[in-house]
Write a protein that binds this ligand. Structure first.
Ligand SMILES: [Ca+2]
Length: 362
């Protein structure tokens, strides 16, 4: 009996200790969770629309790193035809997510072609596949691609969170234009849009708007939410060269290594000079979204439309029929601030992550 009682007492003591330990553990978890919620819950939620070029990859790296740091939450990545055909765009995105150990971010397939077919073939700035036509040991896991169509997925996210989610568009505007035409409140539910594209006040037409002028016009003339536009002429003011990129040292992880291999192969294939200009339009757009006050040095407000007839089809022009000027056109950015963030993002993206080498053969 004595033994049994002791055992029972010990058991009671043990259970009490366990209970106290459990309560302490729960309190710590609750404290940590609440602290994260109070201090670090991302208040910036975003959907990113990409067309699969090396510069889209660089922009996504900046944004994924910001998500890793709990600065933002990437709700979805959607894909569109643009730099390359849709399947290659999806592969390029999936490959990056695998390299960055972020296959939890949902990827959706969008438009496979622009609204009106082109009469002439569009330039392939980043090779046939948008990523310098590198050869790999294995293909990305396409089972990661969600079955839902991009516009349906975007609408589901923004209609449940009206005014809370931003949309960054780094390719042609086809996905957005179709979304606006399918769902009446698509543009109203968005918090804001950040667009890389357009050329305002000059006669050189920018690629994303040239690729699908009708879509760009639908977006600029019907969107109700504020738009920030990083145009070609603002992007072309940078004095970055391939030398600037290749002189970055001290980074070695699967995300950086893959991007660097692609840039070096493209440099060789296109017979570029080390002093040729290196364009960073998409990654700057990502930086502008994350740090508008630090990045934007000057801008002006406009209402805009897109020229749909020749000459200069796809050119961005003033829309005098409207009085509201909800489009912020960026004129000048802080390149040094951007480049510091660009390098930091590639340095940190694999911190506390199991990044995966993508097996480039050549
Ligand atoms: Ca792009």
């Amino acid at each position: 009996m004595e033994t049994v009682k002791r055992k029972v007492d010990f058991g009671v003591f043990s259970n009490t200790t366990k209970m106290l330990k459990t309560l302490c553990f729960l309190a710590v978890i609750l404290h940590v969770t609440t602290s994260r919620l109070i201090f670090t819950k991302p208040d910036k939620r975003v959907i990113i629309d990409v067309d699969g070029g090396i510069d889209d990859y660089q922009a996504l790296t900046i944004l994924i790193n910001a998500d890793n740091q709990l600065m933002i939450k990437i709700e979805a990545i959607i894909c569109t035809d643009g730099n390359t055909e849709l399947k290659n765009v999806e592969n390029n995105v999936l490959r990056l997510l695998q390299a960055a150990d972020r296959t939890d971010i949902p990827v959706y397939s969008g438009s496979y072609e622009q609204i009106l077919p082109h009469k002439e073939e569009m330039p392939k700035w980043y090779g046939e596949d948008g990523f310098a036509d590198l050869k790999y040991k294995r293909e990305p896991n396409r089972y990661l691609l969600k079955k839902e169509l991009a516009q349906v997925a975007v609408y589901n996210i923004i209609s449940r969170n009206p005014g809370k989610v931003s949309l960054i568009v780094l390719g042609p505007q086809t996905n957005s234009a179709l979304g606006f035409r399918i769902y009446q409140k698509y543009g109203e539910y968005l918090k804001d849009m950040h667009i890389m594209g357009g050329n305002f006040g000059e006669d050189e037409v920018e690629f994303n708007f040239l690729f699908d002028p009708e879509a760009a016009d639908i977006v600029l003339t019907t969107t109700k939410c504020p738009i920030t536009m990083f145009t070609w002429q603002a992007c072309a003011k940078a004095n970055f060269t391939f030398g600037t990129l290749f002189n970055i040292t001290g980074i070695s992880n699967p995300v950086w290594n893959l991007m660097e291999k692609a840039e070096r192969k493209l440099f060789k294939d296109n017979k570029e000079s080390i002093d040729s200009q290196w364009f960073a339009c998409d990654p700057v757009t990502a930086a502008v979204y994350l740090y508008p006050e630090e990045t934007i040095l000057s801008s002006s407000q406009h209402s805009l439309q897109v020229k749909l007839s020749e000459p200069n089809r796809g050119l961005t022009v003033d829309d005098d029929s409207r009085t509201e000027k909800q489009i912020k056109v960026i004129e000048k950015v802080d390149w040094k601030f951007f480049m510091t963030g660009f390098i930091e993002s590639f340095k940190k993206i694999c911190t506390n992550r199991i990044c995966v080498d993508q097996g480039v053969i050549s």
